[in-house]
Design a binder for this molecule. Structure first.
Ligand code: NAD
Ligand code: 0WE
Length: 262
């Protein structure tokens, strides 16, 4: 008996075995969900095939979220294989690398801004639109991944912070829109985790050390920490929760001034 028995879930955002989406897929599977996956491009297909095999899934579909056509094809395929859909996990973010360093106003461009907002924020509601009919009336759950840079100014996160702010507002408007049909919409705001999306980000180790020194729990979080919270939010245990941004960050976000106690 798992808390997701009989639920069908689509997982978007696996790029490696370190992806947050990979750990979420394992946890959803452990709790009994049946899974479908998408991959961004042919280069990543092999890795997604691996997690699909490990979780007994045979639905593995191409989806670059900048393409409405590919999104439509994903839900056509799901509709042909399943009688409905209960859960969508959106674990996708992207901004051109040059924009994720240095002075925000210097590095931001119109094109980079639009790309960041398109891939990191619009794509969540695009998936909601695509899956809407399949999810209607099933106590469905949509979940995305955010970061504290949505609500605080942070070195280097720059345009991604603006995109995450739009993503978090998207969560609230989508919750308002889809609530009447029984679909919940939430986000997890995760603390920093070493994944592909974090690789090549300067000073990432420094960020982890900082969190481990300052967070109430004196540690950083793991993919599994996020995956367990994601499983809860996707389950009927969270039936009363929608429009929420849940922090899974060892408590880092609550802190103000520290280091005054002798
Ligand atoms: P990751 O690199 O494993 O995942 C990012 C995913 O985005 C990849 O699977 C990639 O294929 C996908 N993606 C990017 N552009 C795409 C496109 N055009 N179409 C389809 N897919 C596309 O890294 P991750 O850390 O697991 O990131 C997952 C989510 O978690 C992101 O939204 C990220 O912002 C968020 N997040 C990460 C951290 C962290 O520190 N790692 C912290 C908080 C939130
Ligand atoms: O959301 C993210 C990172 C998302 C991301 C990562 C990349 C790297 C490769 C978006 N776009 C790109 N583009 C690329 O070309 N995180 C929460 C992880 C992260 O990224 C940071 C962070 C943290 C934390 C960037 C600067 C500062 C902190």
């Amino acid at each position: 008996m798992g808390i997701l028995d009989n639920k069908k879930a689509l997982v978007v955002g696996v790029a490696s075995n370190r992806s947050i989406a990979w750990a979420i897929a394992e946890a959803l599977h452990r709790e009994g969900a049946e899974l479908a996956f998408t991959y961004q491009n042919e280069k990543l297909k092999k890795r997604v095939d691996k997690i699909a095999e490990a979780t007994g899934s045979s639905l593995v579909l191409p989806c670059d979220v900048s393409s409405d056509e590919q999104i439509e094809q994903v839900f056509d395929a799901i509709g042909q294989n399943w009688d409905g859909l209960d859960i969508i996990i959106h674990s996708v973010g992207f901004a051109p690398r040059e924009l994720l360093q240095g002075n925000y106003v210097d590095s931001v461009t119109r094109e980079g801004f639009l790309t960041a907002l398109d891939i990191s924020a619009y794509s969540f509601v695009a998936l909601a639109k695509g899956g809407r009919e399949l999810m209607k009336g099933r106590n469905g759950s949509l979940l995305t991944l955010s970061y504290l840079g949505a609500v605080r100014a942070m070195d280097n996160y720059n345009v991604m912070g603006v995109a995450k702010a739009a993503l978090e507002a998207n969560v609230r408007y989508m919750a308002h829109s889809l609530g009447p049909e029984g679909t919940r919409v939430n986000a997890i705001s995760a603390g920093p985790i070493k994944t592909l999306a974090a690789s090549g980000i300067g000073n990432f180790k420094k960020m982890l050390d900082h969190v481990e020194a300052k967070a109430p729990l004196r540690r950083s979080v793991t993919q599994e920490d996020v995956a367990n919270a994601a499983t809860f939010l996707s389950s009927d245990w969270a039936r009363g929760i929608t429009g929420e941004i849940m922090y899974v960050d060892a408590g880092y976000n609550i802190m103000g001034m520290t280091d005054l106690i002798e």
